[in-house]
Design a protein around this ligand. Structure first.
Ligand code: TRP
Length: 468
């Protein structure tokens, strides 16, 4: 009796951690504005196809490599082949880059808890302008970003279990319930049907190479793939767990939350006559606007929503920081506290530059984009997709097929030849598909210099791989 309870507890713990990493700002902040900027339903359809064919298979592959080697990302690659170390290090670089902008937005979410309680909703017409003024302010968002980063440092320095897991167990379901509530309110507003049409009636006339690359990048970003995060989490997983089932649950949860966020936001957005392509401010403007219509209770709901959003962001950002920390601890023999403090310090600097690039530093650009966009576009449009492709090539062509069969079937059999289907998808389909999408997207993108820079970074890492 006792034993089975313990087993179940650990399975839940893992799913919570992996889902906690996956569900974050990517689903609630990023997914709606990406969908909005890329034409809505056609983007969403392509996104779903990528999630369930490429994303799910890559997640299974990351779990398998992690659990097989019991090593975090860099160590796992290195374990099989020194020449592949660079693919793990590319993941560490990606973690730094994502953490170059993620805490800025995490800070916004945190700030909005307090803004909701102190009168943000009382003047519904000014909510959009308030957001613009806030993120371009040279001081205020920096303070929130630093507080958000400090929370990360404290958690990762102590190890991830404990407080954050408990907070997640309460607040993740709360977030889910609140999203359903917002969605119901949103679709029942007069004029909401235009939003539903935008979400669910595909118009393929606006699809370009960019749409595919954006959807692929969003799939990797939202599922926490392509940089070794799920390798690291898989390395802590017990041998009895069925990897494909766990991957399917995490993928389904993540996708469910993203779609729910879309249904919560777009109908209201159209009902209020706002612009779907409004960009990164969407959730910070639309959600308070919905709650503003509910009177006093709306204030409370808005505050709880942003608490839950902050926690969702936190359970994701700690997984990013953990990838960097695990590398320094395992490969560079650094003490955990020292690894986390120095990592955190660098992230404060990049976060400050990112945040300022939306306001006073907007004139400063690198290869044509501001600092925030530099980190965002490089990871989303290049590093994660190439990282996922490298992992697929590695698993398909370097790791032994029988090892993988053993990991994925737990020594038993799987029905319908699913293992072989997965294996061929990873070995042939994913490398090819990612390559095609990347080439089409890069040819089509405005920031060509930035893309070439990203590819050069990967090349340099590959050349110096033996030193890493
Ligand atoms: N998936 C998270 C989100 O949607 C962000 C994230 C956490 C991530 N770990 C990652 C993205 C690893 C890419 C790779 O908010």
């Amino acid at each position: 009796m006792n034993q089975s309870r313990e087993n179940w507890g650990s399975r839940m713990g893992f799913i919570m951690a992996a889902a906690g990493s996956a569900v974050g700002l990517g689903n609630i902040w990023r997914f709606p504005y990406m969908a909005g900027a890329n034409g809505g339903s056609a983007f969403i359809l392509i996104y779903l196809v990528f999630v369930f064919i490429i994303g799910l298979s890559v997640m299974i592959a990351e779990f398998a490599v992690g659990r097989r080697t019991s090593l975090a990302a860099v160590g796992a690659y290195k374990h099989y082949s020194k020449r592949w170390t660079f693919a793990g290090v590319l993941g560490v670089v990606s973690a730094f880059f994502i953490m170059g902008f993620y805490p800025v937005v995490g800070g916004w979410a945190l700030a909005y808890v307090f803004k909701s309680l102190t009168g943000l909703l009382s003047n519904a017409g000014a909510i959009g302008d308030t957001f613009g003024a806030f993120i371009t302010n040279p001081m205020e968002p920096l303070v929130w970003m630093i507080i958000f980063l400090l929370m990360n440092v404290v958690i990762v320095a102590k190890g991830i279990s404990g407080g954050i897991e408990k907070a997640g167990k309460v607040l993740m379901p709360t977030l889910f319930v609140l999203l359903i509530l917002i969605a119901v309110r949103s679709v029942t507003l007069p004029g909401a049907s235009a939003g539903l049409a935008f979400l669910f009636q595909p118009d393929f006339s606006e699809v370009t190479g960019q749409t595919f690359l954006a959807a692929l990048g969003q799939a990797f970003f939202s599922l926490s793939l392509g940089m070794g995060c799920m390798i690291t989490y898989g390395s802590y997983l017990s041998k009895e767990e069925k990897l494909p089932n766990n991957a399917l649950i995490v993928t389904a949860l993540d996708t469910g939350v993203a779609l729910l966020a879309g249904i919560a936001i777009f109908p209201a957005l159209f009902a209020f006559g706002m612009e779907p392509a409004a960009g990164p401010g969407l959730v910070f403007v639309v959600v308070p606007s919905i709650f503003a219509q509910m009177g006093g209770i709306g204030t409370l709901f808005a505050a709880i929503f942003f608490v839950a959003l902050t926690v969702a962001a936190l359970t994701s950002s700690v997984s990013l920081m953990e990838v960097v920390a695990a590398y320094l601890i395992d490969q560079k023999q650094m003490d955990r506290k020292k690894a986390v403090y120095s990592t955190g310090f660098i992230m404060v600097i990049t976060g400050i530059l990112s945040s300022l690039s939306l306001g006073v530093m907007s004139g400063f650009t690198i290869l044509g984009v501001g600092v925030f966009d530099f980190f965002d576009i490089l990871t989303d449009k290049i590093f994660l997709a190439i990282g996922g492709m490298l992992l697929a090539i590695f698993v398909g062509w370097v790791v032994k097929k029988e090892d993988l069969r053993d990991e994925l079937t737990n020594g038993g059999a799987v029905p319908f030849g699913l293992f072989d289907i997965w294996y061929n998808v990873v070995k042939y389909v994913i490398p090819l598909a990612v390559a095609v999408v990347a080439v089409l997207g890069i040819l089509d993108i405005a920031q060509t210099g930035l893309m070439l820079f990203g590819l050069a970074v990967i090349l340099v890492l590959g050349i110096f791989s033996h030193k890493l």
